[in-house]
Design a protein around this ligand. Sequence first.
Ligand SMILES: [Zn+2]
Length: 255
Amino acid sequence: MRHIKHIEHCHKKYINKLPEEIQKIIDKSKIQYKDLLDKEKLNIPTYSKINIDKEHKQSLENAYNRLRHELIKKYKQNNDGYHCAYCSLDSSQQIDHFLPKQEYPELTVVCYNLVPVCSVCNGHKSSYLVKYNYHPFYNKLFPEYLTLKIEKDKFDSITFKYELNISLDKSLKDFLVRLDLCSRYEDKVRNKFINITRTLIGISKEASIDNLRTMNEPVNYEWEKLFYTEMINNIDIIFDYCQREYEKNIKVATH
Ligand SMILES: [Zn+2]
């Protein structure tokens, strides 16, 4: 919800300068949009489009360009403060219209529709329309839509697999596949795992769990929280892996 407050603040400055009839369109769409969100159902079919003419579309586009400039400047100043609302892997450098402005021009500057995103997510999503009651400001991806599986493979290595819930709505699934979230999270946790095992090698199972809990404490992002939680849930295979690495190191050291 922090995203919304920040956007609304920047927003007022630009909206007040627009012609009154456009402000009315924005207010009307904003109320409609907010209504859907409050019911925690961004149900696209029940959102009724407001027709606007070419001239008004252009005014909205101009207002958006000024607003976007201001928002992006703010994100860059708060480097760590505004992570991408889709993946939370990177800081926000761009704005995405959750309901694409090509299809919903009346939502061009409606704050609930302006999603701060990283350039990777923005490029992947493009003008895709999610026809499902999901909105990144209100709905969490984990564990309902995405889960993490930690397993030992036949080479005794540890594998990390983020998976989409199989019963997921097709439109939401297409959206998450488009963003390529699973493989992006997997890359991230694989590197994380390499760093973490360095601190776990040679210590007891109980001490490993304590370490993982402490590492999880300050974490803000769901994909990362799930990683630590699943590491603890799978402590037996993690501990065995660390033991094998420990023994390998001892062999190397004594040769
Ligand atoms: Zn992103």
